[in-house]
Design a protein around this ligand. Structure first.
Ligand code: BES
Ligand code: MN
Ligand code: MN
Length: 502
């Protein structure tokens, strides 16, 4: 989708859009500059059902005395509630409305809103981001396109006085868009095309041109490092494990911080069959998405590098397929982690924590990060606890937790703080190894026990674990995404790191 910003409305546009706030005071100036638009606003405002609620659209067809095919008057709700996230949702709703009407391009008037927390440049760029995110398509495997199919939006032009400033804001947001698209592509790809080496190659192709350092450690290297937990999980698969290591350093060396990078660690289980503790088919179907924590790490680093963010960030993604075979790891096995601690395996379907343990420890030891944040579709348990509204955050550091909680509210990828506690640690004692893989069934609270296990492997560094299980796909269209992979976590992490830059 093409996005451009200019202070001169293009006369040839057949579809015009104007945003109007509920309170009716602002947005008038630009609208007044164009007669067709100001008449449409007046017409919408005099329609009994049009209250300019957030996302409400009055579609005025063939306005009299004009070349236009239609003018969309889009309600924004109360101006003071028009946050970046609210603007993104407006853009998404607008994009879907246009596409449904088979309109593929439009020009949008943006005026400064009195009382709005954002200036007009920020409003325009965030509307553009929302429209672009909603217009994402993953149709490369559809060989016969139907004619009746809804088209995708191809161009949006924004008309506003602060066009130059809007272009600047869009640079950052377009980088974020690219990161979200990349994460969605990785997650939408079927499991026969995205296996560990293929994931690493895809990420590498996208990131290297941006100046990101990319290393891919193979199974032999991982064996030398002693990553016995990760290797045990991946052992049965035809496609061997990989560890993807990324580094973006956008800080100026002279002014560089000395307190280490921020490390992002991702669960990259390219397919989770459950292993010998095989999943039921209805649960297995979605398990190509079990690498979406890893995809979020790749997408976030893409977003940061594409806008040359002045930060030092590293990414580590543990890539495996969890499969059954004669050589698969078994319940009862004892595995040795890179940290040297041994773990008694209880259930081969709890593979994520074993993969993350070695990835976390590698990140902590090699990079000595000032903070570690991991993203993982780790447990069904978190989904039972929080449903679709929140992901779980477990953190050893309150300030890190608060920054992430704030980034979650800002981006709509919301987090709810969950407990780390010695009580959970206690349930991970094993009679036969240093640690037990899972708590006894009767204890329940698997998400908290998984977090308690991970905590042992972060080398006491400030750490937050985001359990994002169940957030990988949308089953129905949402304001910011079509059906399919969400690219969940990219916006959250990008906002968290943007906050840490200041
Ligand atoms: N990848 C799953 C968790 C998951 C569940 C992700 C639902 C997305 C949606 C994880 O590897 C898993 O299988 N966890 C088990 C752990 C159990 C065996 C202790 C679970 O939650 O059932
Ligand atoms: Mn599993
Ligand atoms: Mn899994």
């Amino acid at each position: 989708m093409q996005v451009d910003f200019s202070s001169q409305p293009r006369k040839s546009r057949r579809v015009l859009v104007v945003l109007v706030p509920e309170d009716g005071k602002s947005g008038v100036r630009v609208a007044a500059a164009d007669k067709t638009v100001s008449q449409a606003v007046a017409a919408a405002r005099s329609t009994p059902g049009f209250f300019a609620k957030h996302g409400q659209i009055a579609d005025i067809l063939q306005p009299a005395g004009s070349q236009c095919r239609r003018v969309l008057v889009v309600g924004c709700g109360a101006a003071k509630a028009l946050s970046a996230f609210a603007c993104r949702k407006l853009g998404g709703i607008l994009a879907a409305h246009l596409a449904k009407q088979h309109e593929t391009d439009a020009g949008i008037f943006i005026a400064p809103f009195a009382d709005a927390p954002l200036n007009e440049a920020e409003i325009a760029a965030n509307v553009a981001l929302g429209a672009a995110l909603r217009s994402y398509r993953f149709d490369k495997y559809i060989t016969e396109k139907k004619e009746s199919e809804t088209p995708t939006l191809s161009a949006l032009s924004f008309y506003l006085d602060a066009a130059e400033r809007a272009r600047k804001v869009w640079q950052r947001l377009d980088a974020l868009r690219g990161g979200i698209y990349l994460a969605r592509d990785l997650t939408n790809e079927p499991p026969n095309t995205i296996y560990p080496a293929a994931f690493a190659a895809h990420a590498s192709r996208a990131l290297r041109p941006l100046g990101v350092k990319v290393e891919v450690l193979d199974e032999k290297r991982l064996a030398t490092l002693g990553c016995g937990a990760l290797l045990a999980v991946g052992r049965a698969a035809a496609h061997p494990p990989r560890l993807l290591v990324l580094e973006w350093n956008g800080t100026r060396k002279s002014k560089g911080r000395t307190d280490g990078p921020i490390a992002l660690v991702g669960k990259g289980v390219c397919f989770d069959s459950g292993g010998l503790c095989l999943k039921k088919p209805e649960w297995m179907l979605r398990m190509k998405g079990d690498m979406s924590g890893g995809a979020a790490v790749v997408g976030a680093i893409h977003a940061l590098a594409a806008r040359k963010a002045p930060v030092h960030v590293v990414g580590v993604v543990g890539l495996v397929e969890n499969m059954p075979s004669a050589d698969a790891y078994k319940p009862g096995d004892i595995v040795k982690t890179m940290a040297g601690k041994t773990i008694e395996v209880i259930d081969t379907d709890a593979e994520g924590r074993l993969v993350l343990i070695d990835a976390l420890y590698y990140a902590a030891k090699r990079f000595k990060p000032r903070a570690i944040v991991d993203l993982a579709t780790l447990t069904g348990s978190i989904l039972h606890a929080l449903g679709s509204v929140f992901s779980g955050i477990f953190a050893t550091d309150n300030s890190l937790a608060e920054q992430l909680l704030a980034a979650g509210e800002e981006t709509g990828e919301r987090l709810w703080r969950m407990p780390l506690d010695a009580g959970y640690d206690k349930n991970l004692e094993s009679p036969i190894a240093d640690l037990c893989h899972c708590a006894p069934d009767a204890e329940r609270a698997d998400a908290a026990h998984a977090a308690a296990l991970l905590k042992q492997f972060v080398d006491k560094r400030p750490w937050a674990h985001l359990d994002i299980a169940g957030k990988e796909f949308h089953e129905k269209e949402m304001p910011l995404a079509p059906i399919g992979a969400r690219g969940y976590g990219v916006a959250l992490i990008e906002a968290f790191i943007a906050g840490a830059e200041r």
